[in-house]
Design a protein around this ligand. Sequence first.
Ligand SMILES: C[S@@+](CC[C@H](N)C(=O)[O-])C[C@H]1O[C@@H](n2cnc3c(N)ncnc32)[C@H](O)[C@@H]1O
Length: 259
Amino acid sequence: MSKQHHGYDEAFMLGLEWMWGEGYLSPGGPAEVAKIVDDVSLRGCHVLDIGCGTGGADIELVNTHLAERVTGIDVEALLLERGRKLVEQKGLSDRIDLQLVTPGVLPFDDDSFDVVFSKDSMIHIPDKQFIYTEIYRVLKPGGWVMVSDWLGVSSPPSDVMAKWLGLVGLDFILETIEHTSEVVTKCGFELRDAVDRNQWYTEEMLKELDSIGGKNFAALVRAIGQDAAKQRLSSSTAKFEVVKGGELRPSHIRAHKPG
Ligand SMILES: C[S@@+](CC[C@H](N)C(=O)[O-])C[C@H]1O[C@@H](n2cnc3c(N)ncnc32)[C@H](O)[C@@H]1O
């Protein structure tokens, strides 16, 4: 994995969509997007999606949650290319704009967005304090941040955790829900929810494993090739142990910038 390429090559991208649905590189699909949004109204809002990937959640934010506009940002050109295609197929190119960025300062003016959304992408951003400070800056007063983030525990990685991280090969940094909540508050937000989704994902992972293993494995091989399919199955199998053991804890954070 080169520095410029963060590891989301085509077979990896298609393997993730195989498990999680068209436009999704993370679990749970539209139902999970609805859980992240919860009861916050997005009607008429301009939403920034950090780490939009192939854009499935952005389509959902507009079509189901009635966001007026979504600006999605990502560091992977390949993913954005596919995302733009999906957005175009849905006839939403005038409302969803997917932009390539480099990691770091968000390339937007202060007070630009009504809502900042992110699904399972901030695990790639090493400094929570930095990114939540940036989110606070680009949000309008009164705006919401709603994030699903892959968090963890403070103890050193178990053997199976180390194995999973090695198999995934991505730049994952897992902070705790306590640290993340503290950072969000320190940045000036009013924290409304910090919800641990570990139990949900433990159950969800059984479906995930079923979609790629057993009788479905041969179809996965046809779709992405033998090596990528084997890699997907061993990575998800190790991840199941990590989730069941409580070391990987997807969590939802919702907070409000005082108006
Ligand atoms: C697990 S995928 C999730 C994608 C999408 N949110 C979804 O749920 O399908 C993580 C995404 O974060 C992107 N990413 C990694 N580092 C990033 C950064 N510094 N800024 C924005 N996106 C980043 C990756 O390229 C990838 O698309």
